[in-house]
Design a protein around this ligand. Structure first.
Ligand code: AMP
Ligand code: MG
Length: 338
């Protein structure tokens, strides 16, 4: 994929929504090639990328200009596909049976063999999963056959798009394809419920709380009312639930040399002084590419953490482009923990 794709708009006529329809096939091909394709869901237009392809997920964050890596929702065609990603407790099973397909996102324990890229879940052991009901979204997910991350198809800080024209205004020249299926029916984001211990409402949304409470009792997330950092982001609730990936090892940032016993998380072609004595070493991007670095961030941190060093020295990463989000996550991971 080129750095500056020409954005094509393809229209799906009402009544022509079949997995064989040209626009649906184009979207599936775009996703398979690591490209970005916006499409309508019943909530808002989503910016779709292959959830199993870390580089595609990194490009998606870059296209949206997100200053930090929020975990993304994995969209799948049906409950069977969701079962391959996450573990469902009885409450989650009941909610999925009642409200999927539809505007309900479930945050669940991630299966060990879950194929979704670490960057998409921001390194967490949980995953947010949804089966959308919009016929175009469903047809694309069926044709593609793998999970798709699809945050709202707008630049960070802008309002969520409910028409293809909104998407074009924000993302022209940044994504390969927009599937125009007319205005989205709901215009409000999905409701998010975590089923990790007992069901917790993480974000109110298009599915009313009362509907859910008819089936399972809901606990309000401890900090659900915290204001979002950016206008287009939901209130990040979850005291401890959406909390950040925290390595066991201490992180030493902006390291220009490696001390004895440290592991090294490198960036760029020039190794840090003393790299040869690092207990373990991985490079986020030997060619200094920030999109590649983002795709590798959480998986490399995990791998170095597993190698057992008490400290991971992290070379400086420039703050341009995705570097802002990379540094944000590194700083959070390095912060002292109680
Ligand atoms: P959206 O912007 O509509 O795609 O929603 C994404 C939101 O889902 C994120 O901002 C998080 O608040 C939430 N989310 C995704 N994955 C998780 C997770 N593993 N744990 C908690 N919340 C999550
Ligand atoms: Mg959004």
């Amino acid at each position: 994929m080129t750095a500056q794709p020409a954005t094509q708009v393809v229209t799906v006529e009402a009544g022509a929504i079949t997995p064989g329809a040209a626009a649906i096939a184009r979207a599936a091909q775009t996703l398979a090639a690591g490209g970005l394709a916006a499409f309508p869901t019943e909530t808002v237009y989503g910016l779709g990328g292959d959830a199993t392809n870390g580089a595609a997920v990194a490009r998606l964050y870059a296209a949206k200009e997100r200053p930090s890596f929020n975990p993304l929702i994995a969209h799948v065609a049906d409950s069977a596909a969701a079962l391959a990603l996450a573990r469902f407790d009885p409450a989650a099973e009941r909610l999925a049976a009642a409200f999927w397909p539809g505007p309900l996102t479930l945050v669940l324990p991630k299966r060990a063999d879950c194929p979704v890229a670490e960057l998409a879940t921001a390194g967490l052991d949980t995953i947010a999963v949804r089966v959308p009901s919009h016929p175009i979204a469903r047809a694309i997910l069926m044709a593609f056959g793998r999970p798709v991350v699809a945050p709202s198809a707008n630049r960070s800080g802008h309002v969520s798009p409910t028409t293809a024209q909104h998407v074009l205004c924000d993302l022209r020249g940044r994504i390969e394809l927009i599937v125009d299926g007319g205005p989205t029916p709901m215009g409000l984001e999905s409701t998010i419920v975590a089923c990790l211990d007992r069901p917790v409402l993480l974000r109110p949304g298009a599915l009313a709380r009362a509907e859910i409470e008819r089936l399972v009792p809901l606990t309000q997330a401890p900090h659900a009312a915290a204001p979002p950092a950016h206008a287009d982001e939901p209130p990040i609730a979850p005291g401890g639930l959406a909390s950040h990936y925290a390595p066991r090892a201490r992180l030493r940032l902006n390291a220009r040399r490696v001390e004895a016993g440290e592991a090294l998380l490198a960036f760029g072609p020039a190794p840090a002084a003393g790299a040869e004595r690092a207990a373990a070493m991985l490079n986020l991007s030997p060619r200094g590419d920030l999109i590649e670095a983002a795709a590798n961030l959480f998986s490399h941190l995990r791998a170095l953490d597993a190698a057992g060093a008490a400290t991971i020295a992290v070379m400086p990463v420039p703050r341009a482009g995705l570097g802002e989000a990379i540094n944000d996550r590194l700083e959070r991971a390095a912060a002292p923990r109680s």
